[in-house]
Design a protein around this ligand. Sequence first.
Ligand SMILES: Cc1cc2nc3c(=O)[nH]c(=O)nc-3n(C[C@H](O)[C@H](O)[C@H](O)COP(=O)(O)OP(=O)(O)OC[C@H]3O[C@@H](n4cnc5c(N)ncnc54)[C@H](O)[C@@H]3O)c2cc1C
Length: 425
Amino acid sequence: MDKTDVIIIGAGPAGASAAIKLAQGGKKVVLIDRGMPIGSKNLSGGVLWGNDLHEIIPNWQLEAPVERTIVNKKIGFLSVEDATVLDLHFDSWDKENYSGVSVLRAKFDEWLANEAQKAGAAVLSGIMIDSLIIKDGKVVGVKQNDEELFADTVIIAEGSNARLLLDHGLMKDPSKHRFERKEMLIGVKEVLTLTRDVMEERFLLDENTGLAGEFILGNVPDGVKAGGFFYTNKDTLSIGVVIHLDSLNSEVRSYEVIEYFKQHPLIAKYIKNAVSVEYGAKTVPEMGYDNFPPLYGDGYMVIGDAAGFVFSNGLVIQGMNYAIKSGILAADTIIEGGDLKNYEKKLNNSYVLKDFKKFKKVKKLTKNKRLFELYPTGINNALKDILTERGEPKQSLIKKALKAMKQSGIGLFSLIKDGLSARHI
Ligand SMILES: Cc1cc2nc3c(=O)[nH]c(=O)nc-3n(C[C@H](O)[C@H](O)[C@H](O)COP(=O)(O)OP(=O)(O)OC[C@H]3O[C@@H](n4cnc5c(N)ncnc54)[C@H](O)[C@@H]3O)c2cc1C
């Protein structure tokens, strides 16, 4: 076989979902991934909000290798010694069909690729596509070493590094050879083992329920803008940091930032006696609505991280849901007749581009140095001052809070400005 209906490059959540939908729609589809087994190179924190998976695999949670249903969220600000944490418990999330679950990507991606195979897609693992084949401006196939495979449509689902898009100049600005540092984050993640009993006791969990913690880090060297996260799996903990690439300098390495997070007194208690069993780093695109590459062109479409579909607001990172949805919409476009401009229309009508459009100003907030350098300390100091009894005459709470904020470097005007830009969240 040297020609098929569709070739998909990359079997992450985006590519595998597109493959399932296409195979279900009767298309001949080849899904190709460099990982062997599929998923072995993939890394993410990972809380999966898999609403869209129900469309292609009804009740997928019952079969998929999910770890725990997230019912508890901790959201907070860490200063060097202190932590202010909002502790949210939503037991009802465990009863709803569309809840968020923690997943380990190595297992999950392998399972999803198997589902694509079961649906009828040809799945090829351990193959790294070197280049696209472009004839008269149209993408007509892919190449690995001297081997060529042709298709009516190629779907590019290669993830955040998007090497093929860059190599072939399929960017918004074709003169760009790399994504700019200011448009990228880097995630560093570890998996730590804890026995199931310890995990459930330490995090107050039932057999299947789980916890997601997300924090703004004020306990890292000055200038570094980073968030930290941990997610409970069955008997492991995914823990990591996501750092703005342009905030790293030659004196601070990404692998040091995760150590700052792990050494914070609050986090150190959570991970006591845990042993590291997996470690990795991966880029995360943060291009925003105005900087996506062309989402389709003659003969091809771009889905998932390769298109830049990751939402981040400093605390939360979501990309798997957008990956799955964009994959399904790309597949629908082909099934319905193949006019590729309909893909962008479908994205515009779905929550994918609506979200990125609506929240495009959030990027300004997540780039704000004060969010990372001053607020974690300011908030902790303000609350500590309000709540500490020092045997002195009482002051009004607001006065105390403003004074503590000012001492931490945040003046009233900055507070007002940042309050205004926070309305975009
Ligand atoms: C530390 C971290 C934490 C995160 N946490 C979350 C979270 O909690 N929730 C969430 O929703 N999202 C999270 N994300 C984002 C999420 O991981 C991505 O948005 C998601 O994986 C995108 O899926 P994708 O299929 O587009 O790309 P990927 O998952 O990156 O898959 C791309 C696939 O393409 C393959 N590939 C690449 N190039 C080639 C080639 N040339 N030939 C063949 N195969 C190729 C790769 O092997 C890979 O399997 C996190 C990301 C990071 C880094």
